[in-house]
Structures are given as C-alpha cells and as structure tokens.
Design a protein around this ligand. Structure first.
Ligand code: PXL
Length: 286
C-alpha cells in the first residue's frame, strides 16, 4: 500500500487567551485560520472563565509554560505569520517578545487586548508598559480599537483628526503599520483607518443594526494574520479581512444570553471571494 505524503500546510500561530464561551480569544483565532483553510497553532497565555455576559475570572499561565509552548512550536513547525491577543502580564509579554525576536522575517499582527467588553482586565499596567516597550517595535501591524489607541497614543480620541494623529503616534512607537478600528466610534459608517508607510487608507462599512457583538477584534486580526501567512500583501490582507468580517457581522449568531457572535466565517470567506475565484471549482476563494 502506498502512503500519501501530505503537502506542507500553511501555518499561522496565535498567542492568546482562552475564552471559555468560544466567542473571542484563541478560539476565535483558530476559527478564522480554519476559515482561510490554513492550519492554526496556539500558545495559551491565560485562561478566562466567561459565558457571553462577561469575563468572570482571568488566570495567567505560569510564564515557563508559555515559554515551553513557544519552544515546542518553533522547534518544529514552520510558522508563516503570528498574531498576539490577550497576554495578561509583563512576564508573559517579555517571554513572547523574546521568542519573537528570533523570528524577525515572520509577519506579526498585534491585537493590543486590554479590557474585554464586559469584565476583568486582560493586560495589567506593567504588562501594558512591556507590550509598548518590547512588542510594538516588532509589529508588522498593530490593530487597536478606540480605547486601546487612546491608551497607546496617550491622548483622548474623538475627532477624525485625532484618530489620524493617534495612528502616527503609535507608528512612532515602532509598529510598521497601524489599523485603528472604527467600531467603537459613532457615525453612520464604521471607518477603519489603516496607516501604512506614511499613508492613510480608509476602510468604510455601513454601520449595521446588530446586537453588541463579541470577538470582532480577535477575528479581524486573526484573519489579517492568516492572509499574511498566505502571502497576501498587507493592504490587500487588511481589505479582505475587513470584507470577510463585515459579511459575518451582518449575520450575527446568539449562543447565550449576553453578547452575540459574528456569523459563520467560512461562508463569509466564500461569499467575499473574487468572482472568478468563486466560479472556480477548487473552493479556494481567497
Ligand atoms: O475580545 C478580546 C478578548 C481577547 N481574548 C480573550 C477574551 C477577550 C474578550 O473577552 O476573553 C481571551
């Protein structure tokens, strides 16, 4: 009997917290990688206890255990892109930053998770300082929401002009590009603002009447990391991830009494594929 030799599979890595409800965190990241048909590896940084009504408890893992997971992956798997989510504290941030310093060519997407929509903090103050000092300078892209951008830039963020200034300030901290997500602003449209190599690109979407959703930031940054792993250029990856997420936002799902979730991502990937790719038979559609 002849054995089938599997082809090497594109692999992305998430370094993030576990969300027991399955909506955000590494569970959302792995779902996004899977929707793009790439393999997902995961380094768990912390464990949350939460349903859809908020985070009840957060326990960071022992730093040695985070390091052991990173070593096990980097000793063996070929990782084509990395994203980080909730990191918990400075000890974990430093271990992650250390491991990533020896993987300089690999695209790195940072979701600077600090506070969940409801519940306890996911990055303490010294962890935030370590994040700015050690991880931001390594980032291909950092994708803050309004509150995170305001904290990173050290100033309030109300107007469009302030949003642009904040992007520049955050790039000044060392990130190659910045995606300021518009979901937490108000207005008829949600505008995500990408600042990349000195230029701004606006990604606009009609604000849709949906219940408050959970896991959007994780999903977006994981989609971007996944597309970068597939070799997409940054701006194309951000635009495609934005379109995929928007499709899923328009089809929310309820799994509990609290926050709802974006809809099926695999369907969103297929529905937003270029028309010629959709017509093809391979089902690639990326
Ligand atoms: O959405 C940010 C986030 C990231 N990671 C984990 C979370 C949350 C929000 O609840 O629980 C583990």
């Amino acid at each position: 009997m002849s054995e089938i030799t599997p082809a090497p599979t594109v692999t992305a890595l998430t370094i993030a917290g576990s969300d027991s409800s399955g909506g955000a965190g590494l569970q959302a990241d792995l779902r996004a990688f899977n929707a793009l048909d790439i393999h997902g590896a995961s380094v768990v940084t912390l464990v949350t206890a939460q349903g859809t009504r908020g985070v009840r408890r957060v326990d960071p893992l022992r730093p040695e255990l985070v390091r052991a997971q990173l070593d096990a992956i980097f000793d063996d798997l070929s990782v084509a892109a990395i994203k980080t989510g909730a990191l918990g504290n400075a000890a974990v941030v430093e271990i992650v930053a250390d491991a990533l310093r020896s993987r300089k060519g690999v695209p790195l997407v940072l979701d600077p998770v600090i506070n969940p929509t409801v519940g306890r903090t996911l990055l303490d103050d010294s962890g935030f300082a370590a994040f700015v000092r050690e991880l931001l300078p390594q980032a291909t892209l950092v994708a803050p929401n309004r509150e995170e951008a305001s904290r990173l830039a050290g100033r309030p963020l109300r107007t469009a002009a302030q949003a642009r200034q904040a992007c520049k300030a955050i790039a000044g901290l060392g990130a190659k590009s910045v995606l300021l997500k518009g979901g937490h602003f108000t207005g008829q449209e949600s505008v995500d603002l990408l600042y990349d190599r000195g230029e701004f690109v606006e990604l606009r979407a009609a604000r849709v009447e949906v219940p408050p959703l959970h896991g959007l930031g994780c999903t977006l940054s994981a989609l971007i990391a996944g597309l970068l792993a597939r070799g997409e250029p940054l701006r194309a990856a951000v635009a495609r991830a934005h379109a995929v997420l928007h499709h899923a936002i328009e089809r929310p799902r309820r799994v509990g009494e609290g926050l709802a979730l974006p809809g099926n991502l695999r369907m969103a990937v297929q529905a937003t594929a270029a028309p010629d790719a959709r017509a093809g038979t391979g089902g690639e559609g990326i």
